[in-house]
Design a protein around this ligand. Structure first.
Ligand code: IPD
Length: 277
């Protein structure tokens, strides 16, 4: 059973590359920008078109599989992870970056069976970096093996987070309060790349020691979660305990030490679960 799901993974890589090419093409053109849950939760026709392209291609090749896609869920499709082989898709992670042509945009495809992630593919399409991770088989970027940083001293760490898309003053206050506490541990620095999937790949490749966020969705982190753990990293909930894909909370770090130190400083706030309705 060594190569179980390899054909699905090969398909994910091929379709992510194709989707990335479409995103690159659309980067230069006119964009129609629409709002979803808040004035800063944005979507474009490209997000929708690319999701349709990815989903049609998967349904054609794997008709019995289930699909969870960001834009389909926004349009009212359920977001429930069952035991059936399930593709968890963010067609364009970093939509705000895309709109502003800030060059960190990714196609993210995670794949779970029996609710366990089997592989993840993140294609950072402007950088042309193809990140892959397969359970028990390691993580790679453009074919080169990824390894998390060996730095376990939080005071010598670079931490990534995001400001998220909520503009509710109370949520923003919690986000800044956590950032202030972590910055003042002190750490070397903090960064926001604007794409959860790319943030996780940066941790997997050793460019940062950790990434955390509350408010992300399962499609932002499923693929990155496999890539981080296969690169030797750890995944955790923002209050400690195991990562729950549907909880909209994540800590991805190079080590348990760094993850647990960050968890002590994060001010958690409520976010409705992805599978709530
Ligand atoms: C967003 C990005 C962003 C993160 C948000 C996500 P999207 O995904 O990953 O970095 O802060 O929480 O929703 O909307 O661009 O696919």
């Amino acid at each position: 059973m060594a190569d179980l799901w390899q054909d699905a993974m090969d398909h994910a890589v091929a379709i992510a590359r194709k989707a990335g090419a479409v995103i690159r093409d659309h980067l230069q053109g006119e964009m129609t920008v629409m709002c979803k849950s808040s004035p800063a939760d944005l979507v474009t026709m490209t997000d929708q078109k690319v999701e349709e392209l990815i989903m049609a291609s998967i349904m054609e090749k794997f008709p019995t599989h289930s699909l969870i896609g960001e834009e389909s869920v926004s349009a009212g499709q359920p977001c429930i992870l069952t035991d059936n082989p399930t593709w968890i898709i963010d067609p364009l992670d970093g939509t705000t970056n895309f709109i502003h042509r800030f060059p960190f945009v990714a196609v993210s495809i995670g794949f779970a069976v029996n609710k366990e992630l089997e592989f993840g593919v993140v294609y950072s399409c402007i950088e042309d970096k193809m990140y892959t991770g397969k359970r028990g088989k390691g993580a790679f970027c453009n074919g080169k093996r990824l390894q998390v940083s060996g730095q376990t001293d939080i005071k010598q760490s670079l931490i990534i987070t995001e400001l998220g898309s909520s503009r509710d003053p109370e949520v923003v206050r919690h986000i800044f309060s956590s950032m202030q506490k972590i910055l003042c541990i002190p750490v070397h620095g903090m960064r926001c790349a604007g794409s959860a999937a790319i943030n996780m790949c940066l941790v997997a490749g050793g460019a940062a020691e950790a990434y955390y966020e509350i408010g992300i969705h399962c499609w932002d982190i499923s693929a990155g979660a496999v890539i981080v753990s296969e690169a030797g990293g750890v995944l955790m909930d923002v209050e400690g305990g195991p990562l729950d894909l549907m909880s909209r909370r994540v800590v991805a770090a190079n080590s348990r030490n760094v993850a647990e130190r960050i968890v002590k400083e994060i001010e958690a706030f409520p976010a409705e679960r992805d599978d709530a309705s």
